[in-house]
Ligand binder design. Structure first.
Ligand code: LLP
Length: 438
């Protein structure tokens, strides 16, 4: 290993190295690449279940009235959503289609939150019809919502004025963020909602993403606790639930350490109790979180195969996945750990893994110190389970990849790779003469 750089973050169990080969549930990843083709997303059922169990155990130990919602935007595959349902999760949805996927996975509307940022009337109407809890990004949307119908439960997304983010610099709160409103505006919103006859309320905040600093979650707890009391004092409303959003990070970069979830949960609950200054015997609100990344990111690798090598400095190693498959590196300069699926014993070199898309930003992995590959070699790009497939595209007229789920019982495609027909499925030819055809 290079003395100049710490090694890549290792794959979590049940991924393991057996006889120099990366395996999942006893299956060599290379064999999966051969059988199903590349690029392909490969998810571990066991890892997803373990992530959900660890999360719920940690928070329930510190706050018994607790519900974990899964943010479907990280990976809305209905099979993954069903798996997380069976692991006890509700849903956080960002669109009508996600609400439908959650419902089809058996998640009841009482455990589904729809966070509407800049929604159209049609979107609001469809969330009302689904009877899910509606979380408005701006109380000024309330008159439009009420014109369309009465939500079962309503919450407002507040901006705590402070954010935290991983190296991607993703901003969800603080000055200049497009989300949420100050608490004072939400309080006016609650008053207006009550005048309109609504009576079941919650409060929501989402102050960061990919955060690895445990103290941040203490801040979120305290902020929500104080907000609860202000709503009680100024609007005379007892909120049913407090939602601390997502944002729980996972290690991507060399040297980063996983969150100590027990510590995170303890700091959050302590912060919340401080903010609430709970009275003896008082019934405390339900607490929700809605992580996406934490539950699914490290469950999945993207398998990609070397197509061509340019022996420049650094080497440019062409692979068959690119920004159309996994957008995060091109969009945020995000670092995803890269592991050859088989030890090849060659000397190491500095290299960039580049994709086939006609953009200079189509770099899947920059500045890696890896054994010299040859054409055909397969890499596992780690932490590909969150915002991987869900942000993929057909750019350069390339089909999106499939998704494979590996369980102790076997491997199964849970999304087949797209074909040429999918790329042109929605094309309609204009009537004769109108589109330039004679
Ligand atoms: N709740 C709301 C309202 C959100 O907007 C998000 C993420 C989550 C929950 C889940 O956040 P998480 O636990 O995954 O941080 N595309 C970016 C991440 C964008 C997150 C957008 N909102 C990425 O690839 O890192």
């Amino acid at each position: 290993m290079s003395a100049r750089r710490p090694p890549e973050v290792e794959l979590p169990p049940p991924f393991r190295v057996g006889a120099g080969r990366l395996e999942l549930e006893g299956r060599p990843l290379e064999a999966l690449a051969d059988e199903y083709g590349t690029p392909i997303y490969v998810a571990s059922e066991r890892r997803i279940r373990e992530n959900a169990a660890r999360f719920q155990e940690a928070f329930r130990a510190h706050w018994p009235n607790y519900r974990l919602l899964y943010a479907l935007k990280a990976n809305p595959n209905p099979v993954i959503v069903g798996l997380l349902r069976s692991a006890g999760c509700g849903a956080d949805c960002s669109s009508p289609a996600e609400i439908r996927i959650a419902r089809d996975a058996g998640i009841p509307p009482t455990e589904t939150l729809y966070t509407a940022a800049y929604p159209s009337a049609a979107e609001l109407a469809s969330a009302l019809a689904a009877r899910v809890t509606i979380n408005l990004d701006d109380p000024a949307l309330l008159p439009r919502l009420i014109e369309l119908g009465r939500p079962e439960r309503l919450s407002f997304r507040i901006n705590p004025g402070r954010t935290a983010s991983g190296p991607e610099g993703l901003r969800f709160a603080g000055h200049g963020a497009k989300f949420g409103v100050p608490l004072s505006a939400a309080i006016k919103g609650f008053q207006a909602a009550r005048r309109a006859g609504l009576d079941r309320f919650g409060l929501h905040t989402m102050p960061g993403s990919n955060v690895l600093a445990p103290e941040h979650f203490g801040f979120v707890g305290r902020f929500l606790g104080q907000a609860y009391r202000r709503v009680e004092r100024e609007a005379g409303i007892r909120l049913e639930f407090l939602d601390g959003g997502g944002g729980f990070g996972v290690p991507y970069r060399p040297g980063e350490k996983p969150l100590d979830l027990d510590r995170v949960a303890r700091l959050f609950a302590e912060g919340l109790r401080q903010g609430l200054r709970a009275r003896a015997g008082e019934t405390l609100p339900e607490v929700n979180h809605e992580p996406g990344r934490y539950l699914v990111a490290d469950s999945t690798v993207l398998l990609t195969r070397v197509t061509h090598i340019k022996r420049t400095s650094p080497w440019l190693v062409g692979v068959d996945a690119g920004m159309h498959t996994l957008l995060r590196p091109a969009l945020y300069q995000a670092h995803h750990p890269v592991h050859p699926v088989r030890a090849n014993g060659a000397r190491r070199r500095w290299m960039n893994l580049v994709g086939p898309v006609c953009e200079n930003t189509d770099v899947l992995a920059a500045h890696r110190w890896l054994p010299e590959p040859s054409v055909g070699e397969v890499y596992a790009v780690a932490n590909a389970g969150a915002y991987g497939f869900s942000m993929s595209s057909q750019y350069n007229t390339r089909p999106r990849p499939g998704e494979l789920l590996v369980t102790p019982r076997g491997a199964e495609l849970i999304r087949t790779p797209e074909t040429f027909d999918d790329l042109v499925a929605h094309v309609r030819r204009p009537a004769e003469g109108a589109g330039g055809r004679p």
